[in-house]
Design a protein around this ligand. Structure first.
Ligand code: AMP
Ligand code: MG
Length: 361
């Protein structure tokens, strides 16, 4: 879990690891309240931090900007949320009318025309699937649903081996083809379903950050549910600081490690908050595609720093699947900047790769 520092104090940004979902009426009400608040102070003094925040993808987003000119935060919020809404229309498995749901619901094995953005994210997902020997697998959807972490409702109980075997037959990104021009997806088996929850938040962070940079901002921090991308310096002229959260399931959040992010992205995957329990066993929302079972090891949190947040997001999930030993070896061999928290009884161990050291405060 990550914390962001806005102006000089460190404040919390949450990462409940909830997947992409539609806006709830309560959230709409909350947005109206925020809009009313912002309308009362709709432009900022020069070089002061402006924060725009709201709900998206089942979590909170927050954009912090430091600008020479006054910022109309009400107008900015509308433009940012237009883009988030578009990403949800493309990639949310929680919407029946999204592009990804249309692809998932189609039994056709012909090329399926999609937006360039959905093709791009699917292509990166496929790329990381190959690089991680299948640990990251965006075709995991049927198993995520079976284990009750997806949009399909089912009781929070352990599935039977027969159910698991049946669903596993449709899982495997070897049965997915992606092309960018013209943008399209193709399933080689009619039951294949995509779940981009482990990469789409990071992509959304990149998209907002890129749009802000193209709009002329160069001091910014974008955060969606704890996946972040920073550029330039904060209000005090220092690199944006973020904090990796202590791995505790409680709502009381505290910082394990402060990170000076620079012009980079960071994403965290954790097993300590999103899980269910059945007969005293704890089942995480991250599934090991090799077994069909939720991960079951003592690595509780993985943070990855990368240039782009989409990659950081996917790597963090992949390393979480690999576990502490294989995951850390993989990070060392691939030159990834990672910070892992491993639980040993009541104690915790930290594994941080050499590439990460320069970011630790
Ligand atoms: P994250 O919080 O970014 O690690 O993403 C976790 C989400 O990704 C889960 O809620 C699932 O929807 C999905 N997921 C679970 N296991 C995997 C996996 N092995 N590869 C890719 N996505 C996964
Ligand atoms: Mg992820």
């Amino acid at each position: 879990m990550l914390k962001t520092t806005i102006s000089c104090s460190t404040t919390l940004a949450v990462k409940p690891a909830l997947p992409v979902s539609i806006t709830h009426p309560v959230i709409t009400y909350f947005l109206l309240a925020v809009a009313a608040f912002l309308a009362a102070c709709d432009s900022s003094p020069k070089n002061q931090t402006v924060i725009v925040s709201g709900q998206t993808m089942g979590t909170q987003y927050r954009v912090a900007l430091v600008a020479e000119q006054a910022v109309d935060s009400v107008a900015l919020k509308i433009l940012l949320e237009d883009q988030l809404a578009e990403i949800n229309r493309q990639m949310s498995t929680y919407r029946d009318d999204s592009e990804i749901s249309a692809f998932n619901n189609s039994a056709s094995t012909d090329w399926f025309r999609v937006s360039p953005e959905l093709a791009l994210v699917s292509q990166r997902a496929l790329d990381i699937y190959h690089k991680t020997n299948g640990a990251f697998d965006a075709s995991i959807g049927p198993l995520v649903n079976l284990w009750s972490f997806g949009p399909a409702q089912r009781p929070l109980t352990t599935p039977s081996p027969t159910e698991l075997a049946a669903r596993s037959r449709d899982v495997g990104s070897d049965m997915l083809e992606v092309r960018l021009d013209p943008p399209g997806l193709k399933k080689l088996t009619p039951g294949l379903q995509l779940d981009l929850s482990a990469i789409a938040k990071g992509y959304a962070v990149d998209r907002l950050a890129t749009w802000l940079i193209e709009s002329g901002y160069n001091r910014l921090l974008v955060d969606i549910g704890g996946e972040l991308r920073a550029m330039g310096t904060n209000q005090d002229g220092r690199p944006w600081q973020v904090g990796i959260e202590k791995p505790e399931p409680s709502l009381q959040r505290s910082v394990q490690q402060v990170i000076a992010l620079g012009d980079k992205s960071i994403a965290t995957s954790g097993s300590y908050r999103n899980y269910f329990e059945d007969q005293d066993k704890r089942f995480s929302h991250i599934i090991n595609p090799a077994t069909g079972y939720p991960i079951n090891h003592n690595l509780v949190s993985v943070s990855v720093i990368a240039d782009d947040c989409m990659s950081a997001d996917a790597w963090a999930t992949a390393l979480m699947v690999m576990g502490p030993d294989m995951g850390f070896d993989y990070a060392l061999q691939s030159g990834l900047a990672v910070y892992m928290i491993v639980k040993r009884g009541e104690e915790i161990d930290i594994l941080s790769s050499p590439r990460m050291h320069g970011y630790l405060e």
